[in-house]
Design a protein around this ligand. Structure first.
Ligand code: NAP
Length: 163
């Protein structure tokens, strides 16, 4: 089976976004996201793709978008219309894979992920989109000390799925 990683920033209520935007912009978290995903394949949902600045692909990464829109195509994106198509595309790529959201895509692909990099932000961003329930198979394997930006505390955590 294809092994995937997941990366997300969640608030104190497990929120991840509102009005198709991120809840917080924490420079150190953005930097960490960039360095962890650099050189990898990143898998995102259509809504997250549409939320990217100018809908441009993330540089230095293979960008894969899951969309039901069969007519969609865009420079720099591999377009998949189903999970089966996604798995076909991933089979040919010899790269680490990161699921980068949003909510629907985390829910859909969580069963195929074995590790998760979660930034826990200690604030309520009044989200309308949430990270799914991890279930009972996941264990916290590392957690940073709290960091702070503009009065907002956050921690970097890693989880692994116990098989
Ligand atoms: N905090 C974080 O770490 C983080 C990370 C990423 C995103 N976000 C936030 O999350 C929010 C977006 O999340 P969301 O749940 O609304 O949307 P999403 O997961 O980004 O995308 C959902 C879309 O994915 C496509 N899709 C879903 N299931 C599919 C399937 N089985 N086959 C083919 N395509 C499928 C559809 O695209 P089409 O509509 O194109 O058909 C669907 O509308 C935004 O607020 C964004 O800023 C947060």
């Amino acid at each position: 089976m294809i092994d995937m990683n997941l990366i997300a920033a969640v608030d104190s209520k497990n929120g991840i976004g509102r009005d198709n935007k991120l809840l917080f912009h924490i420079p150190e978290d953005m930097k960490r996201f960039r360095s962890l995903t650099m050189g990898a394949a990143v898998v995102m949902g259509g809504k997250t793709m549409r939320s990217l600045p100018n809908q441009k692909p993330l540089d230095g990464r293979v960008n894969i978008v899951l969309t039901r829109d069969k007519d969609f195509s865009a420079d720099g994106f591999i377009v998949c219309n189903s999970v089966d198509e996604l798995f076909e595309a991933l089979k040919t790529l010899k790269k680490p894979i990161f699921v980068i959201g949003g909510g629907e895509i985390y829910s859909l692909l969580l069963p195929y992920c074995s590790s998760a990099y979660i930034t826990h932000i200690d604030a309520d961003g009044r989200a309308d989109t949430f990270f799914p329930d991890f279930g009972t198979q996941w264990r916290l394997t590392s957690q940073s000390e709290p960091h702070e930006y503009n009065g907002i505390k956050y921690r970097f955590s890693e989880y692994k799925k116990i098989i």
